[in-house]
Write a protein that binds this ligand. Sequence first.
Ligand code: NAD
Length: 439
Amino acid sequence: MSDQPAPQPADLVARLRATFATGRTKPLAWRTGQLEALRRLLTERGEELAAALHADLGKSRQEAYRTEIDFTVREIDHTLEHLAGWLQPQPVPVPERLSPAAAHTVQDPLGVVLVIAPWNYPVQLLLAPVVGALAAGNCVVAKPSELAPATSRAVAGLLPRYLDRDAVAVVEGAVAETTDLLAQRFDHVFYTGNGKVGRIVMRAAAEHLTPVTLELGGKSPVFVDRGTDLDVVAARLAAAKFMNAGQTCVAPDYVLTDPATARELESALVRAVAALYGEDAALSPQYGRIVNERHFDRLTGLLGSGRTVTGGAHDRAARYIAPTVLAEVAAGSPVMSEEIFGPILPLVEVAGLDEAIAFIRDRDKPLALYAFTESDTTRERLTRETSSGALAFGLPVAHLTVSDLPFGGVGESGMGSYHGRYSLEAFSHRKAVLDKPLA
Ligand code: NAD
């Protein structure tokens, strides 16, 4: 951490607000300079971050780069490439009765914003929003998760060495520190985490009429249609589900499929898991660990549902839970009652598409809905008849690597979105400008 005692939240926000008031964060050159500095941090100090991610989550170096460090670098590169264009005033037509006149919109920075991150992708989920906040010309307070302490420490140590210290601050801490921060007036609060805390964040923000982005979670379903190549399905499903030991907000949570397909999918998943992590995932350097004992205990409590097809082994001291597939899981069983957020994949049987759609619509709107199908009708029906943050056919999770797609939830899975130009939108005010000549 820094060599000085942490300032009081009110003083910290006042200092950043004073910086914002000078106008220094507004020019494109300051914004791109900060993004380039953040890019340097990620490339020069990638190994430190990867080591911290390994300490917190047993994340392999390869996965740390792919899903966190390089991911954020790509987000920066995309933003640097397009930012000047995104910031161009957007002309809009003026109605005839006002003519002659011109109208356009400009993107105004908001001021001082707060980014609160969770522990599961503690680099990406803190820094990707920071990219958007800086691109939009704001000052930022970044609050990493205390549940990934090594990464929190690393980020808190590194950010001030690379970024404008008068405009960007890291505040480490848990509930008490976050509560103190949330008592301050920010111009936007960007929160990623669970819906219970999302409500606390929104309530605190309401006191100041501060807008919020809530990136939440929930159970993201997968529909597997009849007649698909189940080896391909299983390989893509297992890779997406068991990455980061299932602790991914858009991880496939459960599978809906018909009984015959389920039987075949079971064996395909056994092969897919073995191909990814060998016969014993405990020995694979590619396989992660559960973040802490509390989550480990919660997850092992879900293992009793259905019939275990593969996995089930666990070791509390190592916070290890094997990649697990459960078959014939009842809709009312414990594993189906909450977001799993761990390496357990239940297969739930439905008669077909109609029942799958009804099942999905009966529950909270998910952050992502996935489907494997060869049928255009199925694709169209899922698109039209369900609501989710994202809908992906053929490949789970990867939609969030498409920088031009908005990433965010709907209903219980959140509000607002980011990535690419959507991050700029999230952290700016689109100001309406009308210009009518005096003569
Ligand atoms: P977490 O426990 O790390 O909490 C997130 C943040 O909230 C932390 O910075 C923490 O300090 C803060 N916090 C916790 N309790 C608080 C309180 N009472 N008041 C104020 N702040 C508080 O992470 P988590 O919530 O366990 O994260 C997992 C959840 O996040 C899952 O539901 C997952 O699906 C969701 N998630 C969503 C996304 C997304 O992009 N939509 C990404 C990752 C995780």
